[in-house]
Design a protein around this ligand. Structure first.
Ligand SMILES: NC(=O)CCC(=O)C(=O)O
Length: 264
């Protein structure tokens, strides 16, 4: 089975959800024109890391973002891994939340970022999630995580081995100075889980960081299928063949050969 996947590597205007929403729409239109099956957005695309102003900026219960993503999924018949957005659940509780929609406009997953990134002060403002993010999208069992989560292979393995998920989606705001680590971590997650990795990072800057782009689509052997530039906005498009993964898992059956009883 071949899937056409697109990653929206975009700049994000700090603290300006209305501007960012327009860009989200533009990239859905572009993906639709190219006949894409699955579109992936980056982390915190509504506000960027404007964490100090979440009380006024965060999307209340995620309602605006859900409505926008649902309408795009329906209108353009796109499966959408909706990056993440800043949401508020109560007046003073904020989350970094991902929503996933199928191409009928049905929400099939919601995930609150589990590992909060201290270097960007995330844990001072955001409440950590507690649940997994596994779903079937376009018929493919998949999992998705947010940015810093990729440094926790045990967390990703937990999700990937629940049933062997075949695609791992990663959405990020990853600064340029650690972009080599971004690439290596993603390749490692692909190899150890024998999975396709589809990773969306933003470009541009905010008051504290320059973001490194370099969005990637990686095969289950860790080979890079497609990569975007470090600096520019782009719609990165790649075709992946899920049967390749079945073949690799057949040759080196790491999921079968695990000894979890010895890993505690
Ligand atoms: N937004 C993030 O979670 C950034 C993670 C990061 O930069 C890292 O090095 O890890």
């Amino acid at each position: 089975m071949t899937l056409k996947i697109a990653v929206a590597q975009i700049d994000i205007a700090l603290g300006q959800p209305a501007i960012n929403e327009k860009k989200i729409i533009t990239y859905a239109e572009k993906a639709s024109d190219l006949g894409v099956d699955i579109l992936v957005y980056p982390e915190m695309w509504n506000t960027g890391y404007d964490l100090k102003n979440l009380a006024t900026l965060a999307d209340i219960r995620g309602e605006k973002s859900v409505s926008l993503l649902r309408s795009l999924a329906e209108k353009y018949h796109l499966n959408i891994v909706g990056g993440s957005v800043a949401t508020s659940q109560n007046d003073d509780e904020f989350y970094n939340t991902m929503y996933v929609f199928n191409n009928q406009g049905k929400q099939i997953s919601m995930y609150n970022k589990l590992h909060l990134f201290g270097l960007m002060n995330e844990e001072k403002y955001i409440t950590a999630g507690k649940s997994m993010n596994c779903f079937t999208l376009s018929g493919i069992p998949s999992a998705a995580v947010i940015c810093y989560d990729i440094r926790f292979p045990e967390w990703i393995r937990t999700m990937m081995s629940k049933e062997p998920q075949q695609i791992l989606y990663v959405v990020a705001e990853w600064p340029v100075q650690r972009i080599q680590q971004w690439q290596l971590l993603l390749q490692a997650r692909a190899i150890e889980n024998q999975t396709f990795v589809v990773a969306a990072n933003r470009v541009g800057r905010d008051d504290n960081n320059v973001f490194g782009g370099h969005s990637l689509v990686i095969d289950p052997l860790g080979n890079i299928i497609q990569q975007a530039s470090d600096e520019n906005e782009a719609l990165l498009v790649a075709e992946i063949n899920i049967a390749d993964e079945d073949y690799i898992r057949g040759e080196i059956p790491v999921f079968r050969d695990r000894r979890p009883e010895l890993y505690q």
